[in-house]
Design a protein around this ligand. Structure first.
Ligand code: BEZ
Length: 260
């Protein structure tokens, strides 16, 4: 594996798990322009890094903004780009579905607040949104937050040759720990119905000893997790557990109706 030089600034940010936007970023920017930044370092279960940033709804301290909610931080390569305009419109249309699950939404794009505010008018118009635009968009022209979170895509550059962010999604639990991440390239728009489906699974499996199978949707039958002893299964799942017989004779395919 090739050795990757990690800029001192990035190491400091990782170890402090916090970042001030007043920090000088010339090292990181130089590393970006050379395409030398390492990939995402955030791991499932990590407390996500804190930062302070300007957004379309004022300056936020990210951890304070999360409070004790579920939240989703998702990034866009740049303002006034076509795929991003469709994605943000879709998220706004689904915003009540996220809110009903107790999930706060926050987007990020590599432009400033003034640019974001102009772009929001286009997003509302293009997507025929009648409700206004309810969630903040982080301004990240210096790519500080994007760098901290490993969102940068060295292959996608703006007109000046500076790398842009990919389409990242970070689903964060009320404990501020990373529950799921996705990285899509700029050329592939995301499916936010899938993100809602994933939230349903994450919230269910956070408190019940089940896992959700392929193509599961809320209300569908679930798999009993392997760690549950067969003698405990009936007590844990009063709706019943079905053991599916397989040629190996092993008891591991156990389904149960979705627990309350
Ligand atoms: C878009 O949002 O359409 C886009 C942004 C950057 C590169 C390619 C597409």
């Amino acid at each position: 594996m090739p050795m990757v030089r990690v800029p001192v600034l990035r190491v400091a940010a990782i170890f402090s798990n916090s970042f001030s936007l007043s920090a000088k970023l010339s090292q990181a920017t130089e590393a970006h322009s050379k395409g030398a930044m390492p990939g995402p370092i955030l791991k499932l279960g990590d407390v996500v890094p804190n930062f302070t940033s300007d957004t379309t709804q004022g300056t936020i301290d990210f951890h304070s903004w999360i409070q004790d909610s579920w939240s989703i931080l998702f990034s866009h390569p740049a303002d006034y780009t076509p795929v991003c305009t469709t994605e943000l419109g879709r998220v706004q249309m689904l915003s009540n579905d996220f809110a009903s699950r107790g999930v706060k939404l926050i987007a990020l794009s590599c432009d400033d607040v003034e640019s974001h505010n102009g772009w929001i008018k286009d997003i509302i118009a293009y997507n025929n949104i009648s409700t206004g635009f309810s969630f903040p968009i982080i301004a990240d022209p210096g790519r500080e937050v994007a760098t901290l979170y490993g969102m940068m895509d060295p292959d996608e550059k703006d007109a000046k040759g500076v790398p842009l962010t990919c389409r990242a999604v970070y689903i964060i639990g009320p404990d501020k720990r990373l529950k799921l991440s996705l990285l899509y390239p700029a050329t592939t728009g995301r499916n936010f119905d899938e993100i809602l489906r994933v939230v349903d699974s994450l919230q269910l499996t956070a408190t019940r000893k089940v896992a959700t199978p392929v193509d599961w949707k809320a209300g569908g039958s679930c798999m009993v997790v392997p760690g549950v002893k067969q003698e405990d299964a009936a007590g844990l799942f009063p709706k019943g557990v079905k053991v599916h017989e397989v040629p190996s004779g092993k008891v591991y395919l156990r389904t149960t109706p979705q627990p309350e």
